[in-house]
Write a protein that binds this ligand. Sequence first.
Ligand code: ZN
Length: 281
Amino acid sequence: MPKKDMTAGERLCTFIRREVLSADLWTQVATSLAPVARSAELTDFFEEVTSVHLTGRLVMGGRDISEEVGTVDQIASEEFEQQFLGFVRETTELSGRRRKEVEGRLVALGADAVRAARKSEIPPGVAKAVRRFAETKHRHCYLCGRSLVFATEDTLLQLTSEERKLVYEAEHVWPQSYGGDSDEDNLLPACSSCNRAKDNYPTWAMVDVQSISLGINPRHEVLDRMSGTHRFAMLSRAALGVAHRQRISLKEAYVEVGPGVSPRVLRMNDAADFFNMGNIR
Ligand SMILES: [Zn+2]
């Protein structure tokens, strides 16, 4: 079941997943991966990484083209459309009778995502609403769960370096560089250090989760040393699962799952790799 796509970038990504990549492909991949167990998880990983990767390439390429063509308004121009179509054709290698139709949709959905990616700042009204939501209902970082510090321009200078890491920021749940809109449906309160650490990762599959291999029953100290991006990846995978099952937005899913606090092993007698770990609050 699809999740509720709130941003232009997510709509492009869902289209790629459904219309550019074929469902048969993933069934074949899953069958081929049977000998390594974790077959369903790894297939999910490849599907996620492939669709998000192409989304990123199209949005970032389209953004460069649009900056050469001119202002954001010119994304609607024929010049942009023609150049972007050329880029879509070079980037993808589509074939078959639906090629033109799919390319046309990629250009249209991609143009919306490029528009979102080019907006430089969160509009003041939206910024105010998200901050009000944080101050009244969500006083913790949605990623790490720590209490946020609400500073103004004046008080910011008086904060210690530790406090500064916890300063409230509005974070794009689906990153702006991947076509994430700067509106309330795509913004959640985060601490400054998580906002930096999450960087432009739209999903767990873009983090190097395949590198985690901690043996059987790793000690607590080992788990506690797990990096912020790996913790984000665990949370992102949980949130995406909830968003798909309940057909809700990513933002709603993150709120429902709650922040990730410390990693733990799920099945004790199995090796602790990314797919055998989860977060507890
Ligand atoms: Zn945080």
